[in-house]
Design a protein around this ligand. Structure first.
Ligand code: UD1
Length: 327
């Protein structure tokens, strides 16, 4: 089994993927600047190298010394409203840094690259479920920084046929390691399931529903929530896929069905046993009514077998993690 460089491996999805990789027998070196990641999210035997993607000399040296067989690239800025206020941060930290990372990968003959992209590349899709051919119409700099990174990766692979990639477009990632070792730790996260768990634990006074007049059965937004452990497994599959010489490609990561905000709130209330306060407010700008993946390509081509496609299980693991964080 080979050695894998995981950028952003001290973060939420990166840490779960690093764990899945070590469990599959890979040797993992995490490269993370700890801007949002945590040292204790890097579980041994994975090793942590603290560094920034901007530090090309450090990365180049690491690649020369360690001779990685693949890179899984998570490290990025991901806060949509921040990307509107500070777009250059997003184009530098996401698009430019991805470009220089790929240049180094090509220079050091690292053949395989797995990239964290997002359903935000689709913007406000007119049709759901969304397949990979749906038009790319991102509506904010975060989404655009990821679309641009995708093009950099595709063009680099076209020009350098020994450089292969899998681009994974994540839908709404939630949940935590069922054994409670790692989870979503960002202190000011705005994601619905995390916020609802915090409300159930009394860490917030209430939860606001952003919009009750969407054209959905109960009027609230619908999302495709994928358990982070299933998503971590997709990265291992993607790596093996490339190792077997299968072609580069782009894959949506979701279950193919969604839950409304109200359904999520009901699930969190049921799992926690706490009837926390819910306030109905107006829509949040930029929120599509529905965002649901068509995961057919992933299921068929990579033979992905999700294990946690169960909203109560997602909520239970997220809630247990939130309880642990609270102490
Ligand atoms: C967000 C990002 C998306 C990113 C994804 C994963 C935005 C607009 N989108 O997705 O680009 O890829 O995270 O990082 O930021 N909601 C409430 N009350 C809350 C929080 C959320 O009603 O307190 C609703 C939202 O309006 C939405 C759903 O819950 O309908 C999910 O929201 P959220 O968890 O923030 O994720 P997204 O906005 O779908």
């Amino acid at each position: 089994m080979g050695k894998i460089l995981v950028t952003g491996g001290a973060g939420y999805i990166g840490s779960h993927t690093s764990l899945a990789l070590t469990q599959a027998g890979y040797e993992v070196i995490v490269y993370d600047n700890l801007s949002t990641g945590r040292v204790d999210a890097v579980l041994p035997p994975a090793r942590l190298v603290v560094g920034d993607l901007k530090d090309r000399d450090k990365l180049d040296k690491l690649m020369r010394e360690e001779k990685f067989q693949a890179i899984i690239h998570f490290a990025a800025s991901i806060v949509v409203p921040e990307s509107v206020e500070n777009p250059l941060k997003y184009y530098l930290n996401n698009t430019s840094n991805t470009t220089s990372l790929i240049a180094l990968a090509v220079k050091n003959n690292i053949p395989n690259f797995v990239f964290s992209s997002t359903a935000a590349v689709y913007g406000m899709p007119e049709k759901v479920p969304v397949n990979e051919q749906s038009p790319l119409m991102p509506i904010n700099p975060y989404g655009r920084s990821k679309v641009m990174s995708e093009w950099v990766i595709r063009d680099a692979s076209f020009a350098h046929p020994d450089f292969n990639f899998i681009i994974l477009r994540y839908f709404n990632v939630a949940g935590a390691d069922p054994l409670g070792r790692i989870g979503q730790s960002t202190p000011d996260a705005t994601h619905l399931i995390k916020v609802a768990c915090q409300a159930a634990l009394g860490l917030r006074e209430s939860l606001s529903i952003f919009g009750t007049d969407y054209p959905t059965p109960d009027g609230t937004g619908i999302r495709d929530y994928i358990h982070v452990v299933d998503l971590a497994d997709v990265h291992v599959l993607a790596l093996k896929f490339l190792e077997q010489g299968k072609p580069s490609g782009i894959y949506n990561c979701g279950y193919g069905h969604g839950y409304s905000v109200r359904e999520i709130i009901d699930a969190v209330k049921k799992v926690s046993g706490v009837d926390f306060k819910v306030i109905e407010t107006g829509r949040r700008p930029g929120d599509p009514a529905q965002l649901v993946a068509d995961p057919g390509k992933l299921l068929n081509e990579m033979n992905w077998k999700p294990k946690y496609d169960d909203i109560e299980e997602i909520v239970r693991t997220a809630y247990n993690w939130e309880k642990k964080l609270r102490g």
